[in-house]
Design a protein around this ligand. Structure first.
Ligand code: ADP
Length: 576
């Protein structure tokens, strides 16, 4: 039933009952009024007239006016005959009074009149008694009917009071609860109300809405789950170990490769704090070191690959930590939500690199002996005692010497680089004579400097004599810097060699006034195999990188300053 109909019906019935109650009460009151009026008019007046007639009868002997008073009341009584038998009694009074008028001294007639009047009073008193009983029963009926109608009204009102509010409030409450459930994304929620009421329509609309929301969320969820599975499969099938953590460093996912190298099960990882996992696993501890203390990240160390036993052999991995930042919907600022740790397996490259280093080592080592014998042969050829050469032959021999020198330099550099690459730089650190180092380097470059008419200007700070260094390697570095300076200087220029003490270190500098280095290449100058584009043909691009390695292996530092077109200064510092 519709709520509106229910309300109309409830209030209508109540209204009807109140109306019936009012009509009944009015009717009964009216009835009672009629009864009492009847007694007053019909009987009470007769008693009054009879009493007055009796009083007049008492005065009849002494007062001549008493007859007229009696007659007046008798006349009124004759008009007020209402009860059965009252007419005969009144007629008797009239008859005897008429006789008394003629014979006023007749006591017998007076007595008869008294008797008639008593009869009259008796009739009316009986009538009063009867009517009073009737009124009494009318009153009783009124009480019963009115109170039962009132009771019915009360019951209906009570039923309405108990049922109507809950009839309206209960569905609203249940609907509110269901809306809350929907707001909490519980789209399975439904409401069931009586279908014929307004709430029934509301429930139908609500259920349709919930069903559509459920359908939408399930289709969206399905899409999300499929997307998640796809990404999980992708990560699992990656050949490199991957670990994902959230902003609290709780592990979100870990792929099979990562499980393989750490030797842990998924259950030891996923959902756990990565630092807790690291407590029992050295490898995980190594992997997450930069995650836990990012400030201590050492850029040199970062480049150093991690050595891990995997695939039944020693493998090399490069670690990369990617921060995941997202901009939440409706927000401006991006928020950090976790990190992905990736280990790139670089073992094949390492193996190739090692093969290359070994190859270079072997080849350059093998080259040394034939080059030495070529140089020995040249020496013999140049010896006048064996036989003199014509000018053309001398030119050929000097060309061969230059080439063999270059070959020797290259093989020397290649050998050095194999040492550097295999991490096996053997140092012989001792207090070395500075002058010897400088003299060696100058001696090695004298002839090439002379060819270009280049002068060396040497300045060694007074009092400086020794440096804590591997003299051979330091001399090699200085030699390399000098040979570069000569190579990239113009003819008839000067090269300054400067050795001085700065703080507690000793600085060697080689300054030339040559072509200088384009600023864009300065940062790459110490990289392996790097040569400034357009540089003279000879050279391997290894000299400066080997120099850097040699100086750093001794705890020193090498730097360059250059003004493009005006010259360069290469300096290195070593401990005293
Ligand atoms: P290379 O065997 O080519 O000399 P280096 O490592 O010694 O290799 O030098 C790398 C590059 O740096 C050179 O190719 C050259 O272009 C540049 N370079 C080195 N020294 C100087 C210098 N004194 N003046 C200008 N350029 C230089």
């Amino acid at each position: 039933m519709k709520i509106k109909t229910k309300l109309n019906l409830g209030v209508g019935v109540l209204f009807m009952m109140i109306f019936v109650l009012s009509v009944l009460s009015g009717w009964y009151i009216n009835q009672l009024k009629k009864d009492t009026n009847n007694i007053l008019r019909a009987n009470y007046n007769t008693l009054q007239y009879s009493r007055n007639m009796l009083l007049a009868l008492e005065e009849i002997d002494s007062d001549p006016l008493a007859f007229s008073v009696f007659e007046k009341h008798l006349e009124q009584q004759r008009k007020n005959v209402t009860e059965p038998g009252e007419k005969e009694a009144t007629d008797n009074v009239v008859f005897h009074f008429e006789a008394l008028k003629k014979d006023s001294a007749n006591f017998g007639l007076q007595t008869s009149i008294r008797k008639d009047l008593a009869e009259l009073m008796q009739i009316n008193m009986s009538a009063i008694e009867h009517k009073s009983t009737v009124a009494d029963s009318t009153a009783k009926n009124a009480i019963i009917v009115i109170s039962s109608t009132g009771m019915l009204c009360f019951i209906i009102a009570f039923i309405l009071m108990v049922n109507l509010p809950s009839n309206i409030a209960d569905p609203i409450k249940s609907l509110t609860e269901s809306i809350k459930q929907i707001a909490n994304q519980n789209y399975k929620e439904r409401v069931h109300f009586e279908s014929r009421s307004e709430f029934g329509d509301l429930a139908t609309s609500f259920n349709t809405m919930a069903e559509k929301l459920q359908e939408y969320s399930e289709s969206r969820l399905d899409k999300i789950i499929r997307g998640k599975k796809r990404i999980e499969t992708l990560i699992d099938n990656m050949h490199d170990p991957v670990i994902g953590i959230d902003e609290d460093r709780k592990v979100l996912f870990v792929n099979d490769e990562a499980l393989k190298i750490t030797g842990l099960g998924k259950e030891n990882f996923v959902g756990k704090l990565i630092q807790d996992v690291a407590v029992n696993n050295d490898l995980v501890r190594d992997i997450i070191r930069d995650v836990i203390v990012p400030d201590k990240m050492d850029p040199e160390n970062e480049k150093e690959p991690m050595k891990i036993y995997a695939d039944g052999k020693e493998s090399y991995f490069e670690k990369e930590i990617v921060d995941i930042n997202i901009v939440p919907t409706g927000e401006q600022q991006s928020r950090f939500i976790g990190q992905v740790i990736m280990l790139r397996n670089i073992t094949p490259f390492k193996e190739l690199d090692l093969a290359k280093t070994n190859f270079l080592g072997t080849v350059s080592h093998e080259f040394k002996t034939p080059i030495s014998s070529i140089q020995m042969g040249l020496q013999l050829l140049e010896n006048e005692q064996i036989g003199s050469l014509n000018d053309e032959q001398k030119n050929l021999v000097s060309g061969i010497r230059e080439d063999s020198n270059r070959l020797l330099k290259i093989t020397g550099e290649l050998l050095n680089i194999t040492q550097v690459e295999s991490g096996l730089i053997q140092l012989n650190m001792k207090a070395s004579d500075i002058k010897n180092i400088v003299d060696y380097a100058i001696g090695a470059n004298r002839s090439s400097a002379e060819q270009k008419h280049i002068h060396f200007k040497i300045s060694i700070e007074e009092g400086l004599s020794a440096v804590l260094a591997d003299s051979e390697k330091t001399a090699w570095v200085l030699n390399n810097l000098l040979s570069n300076a000569i190579r990239y200087s113009y003819e008839n220029s000067n090269i300054n060699i400067d050795v001085r003490k700065i703080d507690d270190k000793i600085q060697f500098s080689v300054t030339d006034t040559g072509q200088g280095i384009d600023p864009q290449y300065l940062s790459k100058i110490f990289d392996r195999y790097f040569r400034v584009p357009g540089s003279k043909k000879e050279g391997t691009g290894l000299g400066l990188s080997i120099s850097k390695e040699f100086i750093e292996a001794q705890g020193g530092e090498i730097t360059v300053k250059s003004e493009y077109g005006a010259g360069s200064t290469f300096s290195f510092v070593l401990n005293t």
